[in-house]
Structures are given as structure tokens and as C-alpha cells.
Design a protein around this ligand. Structure first.
Ligand SMILES: [Zn+2]
Length: 292
């Protein structure tokens, strides 16, 4: 049954359209390019936009990594990876960020800086940052065209008035190449600076909303902020004001997930990026072997 299918599940016309849309997205950084998102054998909202990009862009002999919230082993990542393996014969898979040609991700950008020869595909539930201030898509398009984000800035300002800081934790509105403001998908604020002047091409796919947009390599990506209230990433400070470290590898410059230890009931912090955590741990073990 599998052999009778097209490579990459989608038909050639669909793949060609997604590639053309991706090129347009690269040519107009941050602009949401509409495309005819195909029905996939999984529910919309499960990463079908990212999946369609991956299927259209990956080729035999290339290596893929799929992550969900930094983990290669969560349900969404496992299912997407096995679907791609099943429909793309000759595509290799890895967990190691540095080995991957294409990384499809939900909600995180890997800690390890990406290279020019790598491609990051982000799964997007809601592509338009203006949807919180304007219900009509037609009007939103006009606002994007005129780069009029004043209502979005007012929304951020209201946050500051109410909470004395901007409270958005995920999907932080980010201005690309001095014009379009994008929803960078539900990555934490920690990951937003990684988009700025990224060496790797970043493609964002929203299957349900039928949009593809891009942050091309070496492109400005600036989170919206105010001069007196600059953008800040998560600080991960403990009660004494010290930076928390990962309980597993000891890294104190990664994005941390918070767990509750089932035995002690205490809060434990660990790297969210599983491959990064493994790499730090392996590095330490190697150092211990050499230096005792
Ligand atoms: Zn760690």
C-alpha cells in the first residue's frame, strides 16, 4: 500500500504549490502567503501546516528531526515522524540537532544555533498577530500592508498599565525586516531572539488557517516593545535571585521546564530541549573521564 503512494504523501502538484508559496514567503519576509492547505490523515491543529511543508521540501537522503516542546519523544513528534518515515522512503531521522537537514518543531526552537544549511519548520496554530485586535481578515490585510500595528502596541501598553510588564509568554508579536509583524508560533519569549539574523531559513506553516510565512536567513526579527519597557526573555530566577540550572545536566543558559518531583513534591527544573540536555551531560561525562 505504501509503495503505491506518492513520495511524501502529497501529489506533485500540491508539493509544487507549497514550494512556490514558500519561495514567495521568503521573497516577502513575514508576509502570510495563502495556499490551498491539503487534507491530511490527521486532525487540523495537529501540525498539518508544518507537516505539509516538510513533506514538500524534504528529499531522499536527507535527515529529519521532529520535536514537540523540545522533546523528540512526545506523542505529536513521534506520530509526525513515523508518518514522514512511512511516506518518504530514503529520508533518515535523528534526534541530534546538528545532524538534521530539516527540523520540524512545535513550540520550540532548538538551543543549539542552527546553520545556513539547515531548515527549521515551525507548526503554527494562529498565524495572524492582529487577530486579537481586529476580527475582519480584510481589514487585517490592510493593516499589515500599511504596517499599521498601533492597535497591537496599544494592547501591549494596556498590559504594562495593568501588570507593569508585557505579560505575553508565547506567540510574542515580532516585526520582520522592518515591516510585517508575525505570530512566531507558540514558542516562548526565550526563543524569539533566535529568529533575529538566524543563519537557517525559518518557515512557518498554518494548515488550518492555510498560510505559510517565513523568516529568511540573516533577516531582522524584532519583538514589539517600548523604549522604556524593553523586551525581556524568561529569567528563571530562584527565591535568592540566582539563575536556576537544569537538575539533570546543570546547564544554566537553557530554557527550563518545571516539574514536580513525585517523591519529594519539590519543584524541579530541567532543560526543555532534550537533545541539548543530552549533549551537555555527555560533555560533562567526557570531561570527568579526562580529568577524573
Ligand atoms: Zn539539562
Amino acid at each position: 500500500m505504501i509503495l503505491a503512494q506518492q513520495f511524501g504523501f502529497l501529489d506533485e502538484y500540491a508539493k509544487k504549490e507549497i514550494r512556490r508559496t514558500s519561495l514567495k514567503a521568503v521573497a516577502i519576509p513575514g508576509y502570510q502567503v495563502p495556499y490551498s492547505s491539503r487534507e491530511m490523515p490527521m486532525g487540523r491543529g495537529f501540525g498539518t501546516g508544518g507537516l505539509q511543508l516538510t513533506l514538500a521540501l524534504i528529499g531522499a537522503g536527507e535527515v529529519l528531526k521532529v520535536i514537540d516542546q523540545g522533546s523528540d519523544d512526545s506523542v505529536n513528534a513521534v506520530n509526525l515522524r513515523s508518518f514522514i518515515e512511512m511516506t518518504c522512503p530514503g529520508v533518515g531521522t535523528t534526534r541530534v540537532t546538528g545532524e538534521a537537514d530539516l527540523i520540524q518543531s512545535r513550540h520550540r526552537i532548538p538551543e543549539k544555533p542552527l546553520r545556513e544549511d539547515q531548515l527549521l519548520v515551525l507548526q503554527v496554530p494562529y498565524p495572524d498577530p492582529l487577530v486579537v485586535v481586529e476580527a475582519s481578515e480584510e481589514k487585517r490585510k490592510q493593516l499589515h500592508g500599511e504596517a499599521d500595528y498601533s492597535r497591537l502596541l496599544v494592547k501591549l501598553y494596556e498590559d504594562i498599565v495593568k501588570f507593569d510588564e508585557i505579560t505575553i509568554s508565547h506567540r510574542y508579536p515580532t516585526r520582520i525586516n522592518d515591516h510585517y509583524v508575525i505570530d512566531p508560533s507558540p514558542i516562548p519569549r526565550w526563543d524569539v531572539p533566535k529568529l533575529h539574523m538566524s543563519k537557517a531559513l525559518v518557515l512557518l506553516g498554518a494548515g488550518r488557517e492555510k498560510k505559510i510565512y517565513a523568516v529568511p536567513p540573516y533577516t531582522k526579527a524584532e519583538p514589539l516593545a517600548f523604549e522604556d519597557k524593553p523586551f525581556r526573555v524568561e529569567a528563571f530566577l530562584d527565591e535568592q535571585g540566582r539563575r536556576r540550572a537544569c537538575a539533570r545536566c546543570g546547564c544554566d543558559n537553557s530554557f527550563l521546564d518545571e516539574y514536580v518531583d513525585s517523591n519529594s513534591g519539590e519543584q524541579v527544573y530541567r532543560c526543555s530541549d532534550a537533545d541539548w540536555c543530552d549533549e551537555q551531560l555527555a560533555r560533562q561525562t567526557a570531561a570527568e573521564v579526562i580529568y577524573g
